[in-house]
Design a protein around this ligand. Structure first.
Ligand SMILES: [Zn+2]
Length: 456
């Protein structure tokens, strides 16, 4: 028995076909919902009052080797319920036909999901293209993820740490499932009591990774006395690297002597660095005096009385915990130094121009930072040239000219503090700026072991 094929049987149920046409290689089918009323999603009231109509483009299953797009003429209804907070709502379609805001019909979405599951992102995208289902590899993965069920197995291993809503202003606590690598929840603050209450409600937790502060530890100990507490990896790394830097800082003088980067040229410093350098020279004098006293066997207590410096400072100096020439500080420029070097090498040497371009790349520092960098670069190059001219015929310079015991590269990519020794380590012993000091700081007190060990 034959049965007539209705146009509306070619589109998902609940739609009526208005018209159809080809647009390039696509078949466009204009449809509208067959029903005349809308159901408010907030209160469930039936509405017949249409606010306006709009069009949605939705991809459907292919037909005769063509991509099919439904042009849905959808409606917005007014909700007439007095107590409903929603005044206007968009038309909803039957479950399993078209989800709100979806770009694909439910039947197409289901096929996309299965393709993604079976083949993964990229291969499934290639295969889908042959099947006339235009979806990208990212969409495939997104559909798989969206449809995956949330795991419901009990929490066992969690990490808890501070989390900033707004840095330096408002903090919360974040709790992560370390087995699934997922955020479990955010607690509204970082009070131990809040964390304790949450942890108490999750007795299945067996391991808590946390920072090394006491707050979360105390909360975990009270809420989950059976759970093992471990230091979290980030904190361990942070502590290890800080300890390493401290150790290096204490041995800076030896390191510089070994790598031969031992001359500083005050002419190449920025104004701020020069201030730091002058301060350093003053500190060195003090340190030398303190060390001389200490070497003579005078106890710390008496040195305090004699010099008027604090007990803390004297203990630091005697233990060799003094700080380096330049303060170690992350510069806003650090990230962009390779780019700047490249630009400099290719001939762009105008500070303002460099700043403008760098701002376009996301740099948020001021023009001054860049122009200072450019000035320093220029000075360094000039000094290099001058040095090259001077050194012709003067190659047999006396070794003690190279003696100040301080770091600084004239090229100053890694301007200050411990960054300069890193750079120097990388570069070997090339010494750019051998302009001698009349009175190098180490020679004033002359009491450091390393200074004595150095050949004169
Ligand atoms: Zn309503």
């Amino acid at each position: 028995m034959q049965q007539a094929l209705h146009r509306s049987s070619l589109v998902p149920r609940g739609f009526v076909v208005e018209s159809a046409y080809y647009e390039g290689d696509k078949a466009i089918v204009v449809v509208r919902a067959s029903g005349s009323v809308g159901l408010c999603p907030s209160c469930g009231t039936v509405s017949r009052s249409v606010h306006r109509r709009y069009r949605r483009r939705v991809t459907d299953l292919p037909l005769s080797g063509r991509i099919v797009q439904l042009l849905v003429i959808a409606r917005r209804f007014r909700c007439g319920a007095v107590l409903c907070g929603r005044q206007i709502f968009t038309e909803r379609f039957a479950e399993g036909v078209l989800a709100p805001s979806a770009r694909r019909t439910a039947s197409l979405d289901s096929i996309v999901h299965h393709l993604g599951l079976a083949l993964g992102g990229r291969p499934a995208a290639g295969f889908a293209k042959r099947l006339m289902l235009p979806v990208s590899k990212d969409t495939l993965l997104r559909v798989v993820r969206r449809r995956s069920r949330r795991p419901t197995d009990p929490l066992k291993v969690i990490g808890v740490d501070d989390w900033a809503w707004r840095r330096n202003h408002r903090y919360a606590s974040i709790i992560c499932n370390l087995e699934r690598r997922r955020v479990v929840t955010l607690l509204p603050d970082r009070e131990p009591a809040t964390a304790q209450a949450w942890l108490s409600a999750h007795p299945t937790i067996a391991i808590v990774a946390r920072d090394r502060g006491g707050g979360y530890g105390e909360a975990a100990a009270k809420a989950l006395p059976h759970a093992v507490q471990v230091a979290d990896r980030w904190d361990l790394m942070e502590n290890a690297s800080r300890t390493f830097l401290d150790a290096v800082r204490k041995s800076m003088r030896q390191i510089r002597t070994v790598i031969g980067a031992t001359t500083i040229n005050p002419k190449l410093l920025t104004a701020a660095e020069r201030l730091q350098y002058e301060g350093y020279l003053r500190r060195e004098e003090t340190n030398a005096a303190i060390l001389a006293l200490s070497k003579n066997g005078i106890p710390i207590k008496q040195i305090v009385r004699q010099t008027g410096h604090s007990r803390k400072l004297i203990r630091q100096v005697v233990r060799g915990e003094c700080h380096d020439v330049f303060r170690t500080r992350q510069s806003s420029l650090d990230l962009h130094l390779p780019w700047l070097d490249e630009q400099w090498a290719s001939g762009c040497r105008n500070g303002a121009e460099l700043w403008r371009r760098l701002t376009g790349l996301g740099f948020r520092g001021s023009l001054r930072v860049i122009s200072e960098w450019a000035t320093r670069r220029r000075r360094a190059e000039r000094a290099d040239t001058k040095l090259a001219e001077d050194s012709v015929g003067q190659d047999d310079r006396a070794p003690h000219d190279n003696r100040a015991g301080l770091p600084h590269e004239s090229g100053d990519r890694h301007g200050r503090g411990d960054r300069s020794w890193r750079a120097n380590l990388g570069r070997g012993t090339r010494d750019h700026c051998r302009i001698p000091h009349d009175d190098p700081p180490q020679d004033r007190g002359g009491s450091h072991d390393v200074d004595r060990a150095r050949p004169r």
